[in-house]
Design a binder for this molecule. Structure first.
Ligand code: ADP
Length: 672
């Protein structure tokens, strides 16, 4: 067994491999780019080494640098995770040359399976059923067009070196064939540096069913059942499950045996996945992936095995932990891939800081594999996956309910995600009824991607109460830093009562301006009126660590409300996200003043209280003065750390818009 392994990857898979290695008592070495210096996988590893700038081509894909780190840190083996160098035969060969174990299959197996065309030639020799097609070496258009005619339309043009759905074109009409070939070639050349193509009969309603295989160096090979990955968008997996629902047992067994035959045909060792399409009771080999798959956790959940442990044991020369007749499956598991992407804008990848990231609690039923923590950022450099949510239960229905519930509880604020989209799939009747095939998402698009709707009245009420609570908190904080413990700011209402005892808040909901009026009643109760809608009574309002609780009428309501300056994100549950922007002229004015050192009145008003003295040193964000304007109280804050050089007004003074209230000499280098 190894003492030290290096993980040549990042994100959730690096973190996941490190956890197993640690459990096995193996020391771990992480490698990372400059951009990942503070990443989770770096924090989890026993040792971490920076291998280059953010771009993967200069860091995670630098096999030479990674091998050098392995030598320097005494790692005897390298786990490549998935992606990056995991299916790179050249890197596996370089590892062997350096006397370092590549935790993956033999070089020749990677090479053969790396080509969809070559793997098909080998598979047909091993009697593994193939989709009717052409995978010959002749690549001229005439040959391809003739073969397409023989196969019969629709045909699928595929990059032989392909992966991730790239270089793939469906052709329904022979007239479009030449264009599709040219397009697929360009894409394949750009993505894989290899433009050879193959053709397949395009199946119209297949399911994607894949078999997890494992082989060791002692001649043993087993299959750990199947996964159904039919829920795809643009040929990329979205939700996976194990076992494949309503798959006849004899098919399951035959597929498993065919997959083991496929593995044996290439003298396979380690973890691999043999992918099939399944349609009308028949199955067809499409490709083999010679690595651990993203969706391996669903197999772990139903077999109770740790596949990374299996990989490490097999790579160190041990036999498979279990043989075929010892493997049992139990219950049902789902995995959903959470991405920073915008489903409303054609799933465009999103970047930004994960201001709030609270996964559902993990337990025997719920597992979260992630590479990021709250406060981390999703950047342009890498895959925008935030986490994999995996659930398990005794039956498919029970597991699906858990998936739905766990997605609804997942809190992500700061970047737009696909959580609502995933939640809609998990709650869809046709998914529950196993009416699944690779066209599922496209077919149910209208249900799964409803057009953006205005924020409901409830959302505006919650937003207004959250703003109120924030101001309440700010006012109290300001009062605490002041000298007068009997300040009216400490009253239970936390708010200075105006003559008519109400104020208006304006929110931007997309382009629409929407107004909420809060009427103050005794005992911390408010009548909240959303313009054009009814009025509701709100009582027992509190906002604590982003959780707003309130009794609306007779209903107790809880929601997550995150405010980043004027941007308000409300997660009311069920995977929903409501976004509003507080249209606050005072805040805007204060912001534009920020950093200038001069603090001016954002609007005409009255100075309520001065919280600092001339000559006093203040921290960035320290409250300096309270101003009442437009029936609302505003805290004037220090835009940066510095010294107060002038206080121009006293409590009770009337000020005109734009006059300078105070000035600060900002500490060098501390400008906001
Ligand atoms: P990649 O390596 O790019 O992921 P695959 O060959 O694994 O490509 O196929 C990915 C997905 O594309 C499959 O899961 C399936 O949805 C679809 N697909 C592939 N081949 C066919 C086919 N012959 N007919 C219909 N759909 C196919």
């Amino acid at each position: 067994m190894f003492d030290t392994i290096l993980i040549a990857n990042r994100g959730e898979i690096a973190a996941r491999v490190i956890r197993t290695a640690r459990r096995l008592g193996i020391r771990t070495v992480a490698v990372h780019s400059d951009a990942d210096a503070k990443a989770l996988h770096v924090a989890l590893a026993d040792e971490a080494v920076c291998i280059g700038p953010a771009a993967a081509s200069e860091s995670y894909l630098r096999g030479d640098t990674i091998l050098e780190v392995a030598r320097l840190t005494g790692a005897q083996a390298i786990h490549p995770g998935y992606g990056f160098l995991s299916e790179n035969a050249g890197f596996a060969a370089a590892c062997a040359d350096s006397g370092i174990t590549f935790i993956g299959p033999p070089i020749e197996a990677i090479r053969v399976m790396g080509s969809k065309a070559e793997s098909k030639r080998v598979m047909s020799g091993a009697d593994v059923p193939l989709v009717p097609g052409y995978h010959g070496t002749a690549q001229d258009l005439d040959t391809l067009a003739a073969e397409a005619g023989r196969i019969g339309y629709p045909v699928l043009v595929k990059a032989s070196a392909g992966g991730g759905g790239k270089g793939m074109r469906v052709v329904r009409d022979p007239a479009d064939f030449a264009d599709a070939v040219a397009g697929a070639r360009r894409e394949a050349k750009a993505a894989f540096g290899d433009d050879s193509l193959l053709l397949e009969k395009y199946l119209t309603r297949p399911r994607h069913v894949e078999i997890q295989v494992f082989a060791d160096t002692h001649g043993n090979a087993v299959y750990l059942f199947e996964r159904d990955c039919s829920l795809q968008r643009r040929h990329q997996k979205v939700i996976e499950e194990a076992p494949a629902p309503s798959l006849p047992d004899d098919i399951r067994r035959r597929m498993g045996e065919a997959a083991v035959a496929a593995a044996r045909a290439v003298n396979y060792v380690g973890a691999g996945t043999v992918e099939f399409l399944y349609e009308d009771g028949r199955f067809y080999f499409i490709e083999m992936n010679t690595r651990l798959q993203v969706e391996h956790p669903v197999t772990e959940m139903i077999t109770g095995q740790d596949l990374v442990e299996w990989q490490i044991r097999v790579a160190s020369g041990q036999p498979l932990p279990l043989m075929q007749d010892q493997l049992v499956r139990k219950g049902h598991a789902f995995e959903a891939r959470l991405y920073a992407e915008d489903p409303q804008r054609d799933f465009l990848p999103q970047t930004g800081r994960l201001v709030r990231l609270r996964p559902p609690a993990e337990n025997a039923h719920v597992r979260v594999d992630t590479g990021v923590r709250e406060g981390d950022s999703v950047t342009v450099h890498y895959d925008p996956m935030i986490a994999k949510l995996i659930v398990w239960d005794e039956t498919r229905d029970a597991a699906l309910r858990r998936l739905h519930r766990a997605l609804a509880d997942y809190q992500v604020v700061g970047v737009t995600t696909n959580v609502a989209f995933l939640t809609a799939i998990a709650g869809h009747a046709a998914f529950k009824d196993v009416e699944i095939d690779t066209g599922f998402i496209e077919r149910h698009r209208d249900d799964l991607l409803p057009p953006p709707a205005p924020v409901p009245g409830r959302g505006l009420v919650l937003a207004a109460l959250a703003v109120l609570m924030r101001r309440h908190g700010e006012a109290r904080a300001a009062a605490r830093t002041g000298t007068d413990p009997h300040s009216p700011w400490l009253l239970a209402t936390g708010w200075r009562l105006n003559d008519d005892n109400h104020h208006d808040l304006r929110f931007l909901d997309g382009e629409a301006l929407r107004t909420v009026t809060l009427h103050f009643r005794a005992g911390g109760t408010y009548e909240v009126q959303v313009e054009g809608e009814g009025t509701v009574t709100a009582s027992s309002v509190s906002l604590d660590d982003g959780t707003l609780t309130v009794v609306l009428g007779a209903e107790r309501v809880r929601a997550t409300v995150v405010m980043q300056k004027d941007d308000i994100t409300i997660l009311p549950g069920a995977g929903l996200v409501w976004r509003l922007r507080l249209d606050d002229p005072a805040a805007k004015a204060a912001e534009t003043e920020g950093g200038s050192g001069k603090l001016t009145a954002p609007m005409p008003g009255t100075v309520v209280r001065v919280l600092v003295d001339e000559g006093q040193d203040v921290e960035r964000g320290a409250p300096l003065m309270l101003l009442e304007a437009m029936k609302m109280e505003h805290t004037i804050k220090a835009p940066a750390a510095g010294r107060v050089t002038a206080v121009n007004f006293a409590a009770g003074d009337q000020v005109a818009e734009g006059v300078e209230l105070l000035s600060i000499e900002i500490e060098e280098g501390k400008k906001a």
